[in-house]
Design a protein around this ligand. Structure first.
Ligand code: FEO
Length: 165
């Protein structure tokens, strides 16, 4: 049986993952607006993956006999300055998510909830990849400094992002 404290924290994490999904979808809308369809595709895939993260926690809570309580999702920002701005915000956001996952892991450890520790290991690894992906793209964007040709090249690359199986 799942402890109440862990149940509460996992529900908060579900909320956060749904917010992330909304956050990236808002960025996809901005990228569509400025006609960078590759960036928009990348953000849309990111948004879908965040929903999958939420659902992974949703399923886990049910498996452990916990209860999912959904809350309203905060409104994400809708105006952005540039492709570089969205990836600066993406990296910052993922760093925050990493902190939340680590805090959840620590709670699971403190509560001697070994099953939740194991479940969270996947998320800890995922956060390493999430931060790296955002940081790599951000570095490229810093390098090209909005030069249109280079930006279109990055747009083509981001347009080929595949969904994780
Ligand atoms: Fe669900 Fe981007 O972390």
């Amino acid at each position: 049986m799942l402890g109440k404290k862990i149940e509460k924290r996992i529900n908060e994490q579900i909320q956060s993952e749904f917010y992330s999904s909304h956050f990236y979808l808002s960025m996809a809308a901005y990228c569509e607006e400025i006609d960078l369809s590759g960036f928009a595709h990348w953000m849309r895939v990111q948004s879908e993956e965040e929903r999958e993260h939420a659902m992974k926690f949703f399923d886990y809570l049910n498996e452990r006999g916990g209860r999912v309580f959904l809350e309203a999702i905060d409104k994400p920002p809708s105006s952005f300055k540039s492709p570089r701005d969205i990836f600066e915000q993406t990296l910052k956001h993922e760093q925050q998510v990493t902190k939340m996952i680590h805090r959840l892991y620590k709670t699971a450890k403190d509560e001697n909830d070994y099953a939740t520790e194991v479940e969270l290991q996947w998320f800890i690894r995922e956060q390493v990849e999430e931060e790296k992906a955002a940081s790599d793209i951000l570095e490229k964007l810093k390098m090209v400094q909005n030069a249109p040709g280079a930006l279109l090249m990055i747009d083509r690359q981001l347009g080929s992002r595949e969904r994780n199986p």
